[in-house]
Design a binder for this molecule. Structure first.
Ligand code: ADP
Length: 486
């Protein structure tokens, strides 16, 4: 049995801006169900609903000093289910704010301090609560200083893993912040935290963690190349086989049409009558009335990463053939405007909600016929996995986790679960939409694909075991005595 501590800036159900938060709910619980002792630590943001989630203050508080400045932290905790405890680190000056990372498009100016203090406070908490994890597993740049402090300040107290959920978000700050986050100038070099003259918190994690992972095997291979590596391809290549891709899973406790309280009617592969009800309810909710043609659903951050610029060009083509497009997302103002403008031309066939709405995300997955995910790059992606379970065939760009989870129907007629295009070009995307319309007209082939997609299994069990195997490698190798931290 291992004692595992996950360190993450977001955790469902307390805080969420993307797929990372979903992972931090499902992975720890899956590991716990396999018999390990698992806990999670995250900042206590204003957005966390203390009463609803029964967050209790444990009576522990301590000071943390970094770069000559001392701040006090308090520890709270809540039960995540399956035996997993989530601990919250509270400092209102840093985290008592309405948003996680910034207001609108502008990040908070002190994010380096916020997450440096968070990482330092994790180790202080371990001491105060006498926690002795066998491995500390950090997630994304906000946890990048966990491996750094562990190596540089604490003499490798504990084996560490860092998982990159999206290499494009690195936490880069001007060089002068280095003393504020408590690191010496000796590590400000290309083998350390320096990145083209800046401080890069993700890079710190990539350099000093015992193992580095990302969230799909294909993305792990792609990021070794300059097109996908966001400047860090050399750092990752240098890690050799200490850098691996482990596919994310889906939490079918939350995302399954058999028992989803947010959708109009339950359904299953053997009886899809509920899906027709969900489809009608979705069209009604979006003000579209009844339509014969296929419904194309979209849910996601409206960012360039997601390829939604292609979407604006695809909308007229879908509409011309009698299809309907339903979009839910927030993000980049220019992409929001482009999608809204395309929708305004076709009010009866295109509906757009610029919002973050978890219930509607479920209803779009349930009520659509196809799900569009033309991402430029995609570390793993969860929505295509959810859509398959809801019998909504994903149409995806064949990159990263999209390549690893969706099987193209024309390439593999007896195994296909969706449709893929390979070149990131409008013509290729539109060609795939043509294939979707053709499929929709062919009842039996479409139905067989829907049933196959619904039966595909991306549960967390396999991935949770893969992480455990990875931990075993570093715990055994290091032989870290768990007693020396007091
Ligand atoms: P990413 O992490 O890059 O944003 P993923 O596909 O891995 O993309 O995960 C996205 C998660 O966020 C999914 O659970 C999805 O349902 C949710 N999501 C994204 N945008 C919205 C939105 N506007 N409303 C509701 N849920 C959303």
């Amino acid at each position: 049995m291992l004692d595992i501590l996950h360190v993450s800036p977001e955790v469902v159900p307390y805080s969420k801006t993307g797929g990372l938060a979903d992972v931090l709910n499902a992975l720890p619980r899956a590991q716990s169900r396999l018999g390990h002792r698992v806990s999670v630590v995250t900042p206590l943001y204003d957005a966390v609903d203390l009463a609803r989630h029964r967050v209790v203050f444990a009576g522990h508080s301590f000071p943390v000093t970094l770069g000559g400045r001392t701040l006090d932290f308090e520890v709270a905790q809540a039960d995540m289910g399956d035996g997993v405890t989530c601990r919250f680190l509270r400092n209102d000056e840093l985290f008592g704010r309405p948003r996680l990372y910034g207001d609108g498009d502008a990040d908070y100016g002190d994010n380096h301090l916020r997450f440096a203090f968070f990482c330092a406070a994790v180790f202080r908490m371990m001491r105060a609560l006498r926690l002795r994890p066998d491995v500390v597993h950090g997630h994304d740049w906000q946890a990048g200083l966990v491996p750094a402090y562990n190596r540089l300040h604490l003499l490798d107290l504990v084996p560490t893993v860092l998982t990159v959920h999206n290499l494009a978000y690195q936490g880069q700050f001007p060089a002068h912040v280095l003393p504020e986050i408590g690191l010496p100038w000796e590590v400000f070099n290309p083998d350390g935290i320096e990145f083209y003259g800046k401080v890069n918190l993700l890079k710190a994690g990539l350099v000093w963690a015992d193992r580095v992972t990302t969230v799909s095997p294909t993305y792990a291979a792609e990021v070794l190349r300059p097109e996908f590596g966001a400047g860090l391809e050399g750092v990752l290549r240098a890690r050799g086989n200490e850098f691996v891709g482990i596919l994310n899973g889906a939490d079918y406790g939350i995302w399954d049409p058999r028992h989803d309280p947010r959708i109009a009617a339950p359904f299953e592969p053997e009886d899809l009558s509920g899906k027709a009800i969900c489809r009608a309810a979705l069209l009604d909710e979006m003000g579209l009335g009844s339509v014969q043609g296929p419904v194309f659903g979209v849910v996601g951050r409206l960012a360039a990463q997601k390829g939604f610029d292609l979407l604006a060009q695809a909308i007229p083509v879908i509409v011309a053939q009698g299809g309907v497009v339903v979009v839910l997302g927030t993000g980049d103002a220019a992409i929001e405007q482009a999608v809204l403008a395309a929708a305004a031309v076709h009010p009866g066939q295109v509906a757009v909600r610029i919002a973050y709405d978890d219930g509607l995300a479920h209803r779009i997955e349930a009520g659509s016929d196809f799900f569009l995910m033309p991402s430029r790059y995609e570390p793993c992606g969860l929505n295509q996995i959810y859509s398959m379970r809801y019998g909504t065939l994903p149409i995806v760009h064949a990159v990263g986790g999209l390549e690893d989870t969706v099987i193209d129907l024309d390439e593999h007629p007896d195994a296909g679960t969706g449709l893929k295009f390979r070149a990131f070009e409008v013509a290729a995307f539109l060609g795939t939409l043509e294939r979707a319309f053709a499929l929709h007209r062919e009842g039996p082939r479409h139905l067989a694909a829907v049933r196959r997609a619904m039966a595909a299994d991306f549960g967390w069990d396999v991935s949770a075991r893969a992480y455990l195997e990875l931990y075993q490698g570093i715990v055994a190798r290091g032989g870290h005595p768990s007693g020396h931290q007091d």
